[in-house]
Design a protein around this ligand. Structure first.
Ligand SMILES: *[C@@H]1O[C@H](CO)[C@@H](O)[C@H](O)[C@H]1NC(C)=O
Length: 392
């Protein structure tokens, strides 16, 4: 009887383990030739791990063990034979510190046309300092490379990933559907140029949760064609805050719609929550936007709508923004402003902002003094306690 029972258990166990083996194959980059010394070029090992995982008819895992792996540009392209590839990273991927290597390639680690990819753990070290000092000294520098981009891809998960010192944007989501990021950390100095944390455009159903982003540009930037975006429990700073826009750069442009940004803290940032459009004709729009439970700590411009963006005064003087901004709700926004004007709505004279709602806002300036609000071409309502008093 005892023998029978244990052989039954054994049979079940072996069935189970063979099922596990069949359902997922692991490709360890080290067994494919990668070397964890931080300087030997391991690009080919990663490319061959991807090629095998992508050709696998069942789900696959790429495993990157502990250690530092030096990589040039890697393009992880689909479509693949399966729609469940996990890239499990225990170590650190290191970009070339010589910025001429990636130069103007645009992206260091690019996933394109993939479906069902999960990236879990790991550190991406963009080695941006050389390019930043080139840009600071002014001439002839390449624009640099985004650290990680998902392009024209669906059903992507990024979890517990750290992106460090990117040359350009840290993470870009472009032309994607159903992307979930959680536990992401972005770490770059407040004076590092163009190092946006996460940029989303032409994408729908993107969720960003429980993340911490410090950089030299926008914490999260939301470009044209973003719909159904959900951001929750994010800490920003240093950097330029969360920005919808710049919108309206082009005459024909997809709008931004249904964006929720809740439980966000800004610490020492240039802006808090901002909507920004170029001051020139466009059919773009931003509507159904909710900012909720936002804490400002010493933020220079906590709440901003700026429809007169025109860098270097080129291509817009004498024109007004065509971007229509409507149904924007600010609910429970509180904390401190580093400047006197804590709330600034500067909308288009041709298409004034409409249905702006302020609900329970308390922003103070300089040791509890009441901050100021400024509104141009903006209409809407204030309810509950609103300070500075709305100028709507
Ligand atoms: C708005 O987006 C959220 C996801 O962020 C989604 O759950 C919801 O259904 C969307 N609402 C509409 C009206 O599309």
């Amino acid at each position: 009887m005892a023998y029978l029972r244990s052989s039954l258990v054994l049979a079940l166990l072996s069935m189970f383990s063979s099922l596990v083996l069949v359902s997922s194959i692991t490709y360890d980059v080290v067994s494919l030739g990668a070397i964890a010394d931080g300087k030997t070029d391991s690009t080919q090992a990663f490319v061959s791990a991807w090629t095998k995982a992508c050709a696998s008819v069942s789900s696959a895992m790429i495993y990157v063990p502990a250690g530092r792996f030096y990589l040039g540009q890697v393009v992880f392209s689909g479509p693949c034979k399966n729609n469940a590839i996990t890239v499990r990273i225990a170590g650190t991927l290191v970009a070339p510190s010589d910025y001429t290597v990636l130069g103007n390639t645009g992206t260091w680690l690019l996933f394109e046309q993939v479906n069902g990819v999960t990236i879990s753990g790991g550190i991406l070290d963009g080695q941006g300092t050389g390019l930043w000092s080139c840009k600071a000294s002014g001439n002839g520098c390449p624009s640099g490379a985004t650290t990680l981009e998902f392009s024209n891809s669906n059903n992507v998960v990024v979890s517990a990933l750290t992106s460090l010192n990117s040359q350009l944007y840290h993470i870009v989501v472009n032309g994607c559907q159903n992307v979930k990021m959680q536990g992401v950390k972005v770490i770059a100095p407040g004076n590092s140029p163009n190092t946006d944390g996460i940029h989303v455009q032409l994408s729908s159903s993107v969720t960003i949760l429980n993340s911490k982003i410090g950089s030299g540009d926008d914490c999260i930037s939301i470009g044209p064609g973003t719909t159904n975006l959900w951001i929750e429990n994010v800490a920003c700073g240093p950097g330029h805050g969360i920005s919808i826009g710049s919108l309206g750069k082009d005459q024909q442009e997809a709008g931004v719609q249904n964006v929720t940004i809740k439980t966000v803290t800004f610490t020492g940032t240039q802006n808090g929550v901002r909507i920004k459009s170029w001051g020139r004709p466009s059919n773009g729009f931003a509507r159904n936007i909710l900012f909720q439970h936002v804490t400002m700590q010493d933020v220079q411009n906590p709440v901003v709508i700026d429809q007169n963006y025109c860098p270097s005064n080129e291509g817009c003087p004498g024109q007004v923004s065509g971007v229509q901004i409507s149904d924007v709700t600010y609910q429970d926004i509180h904390g401190t402003s580093a400047t006197e004007v804590a709330l600034k709505f500067d909308c288009s004279s041709e298409y004034p902002c409409s249905r702006i709602r302020l609900e329970n806002v308390k922003l103070t300036y300089n040791n509890n003094q009441v901050a100021q609000a400024s509104c141009v071409n903006a209409a809407g309502t204030s309810t509950g306690f609103v300070q500075p008093m709305g100028c709507l």
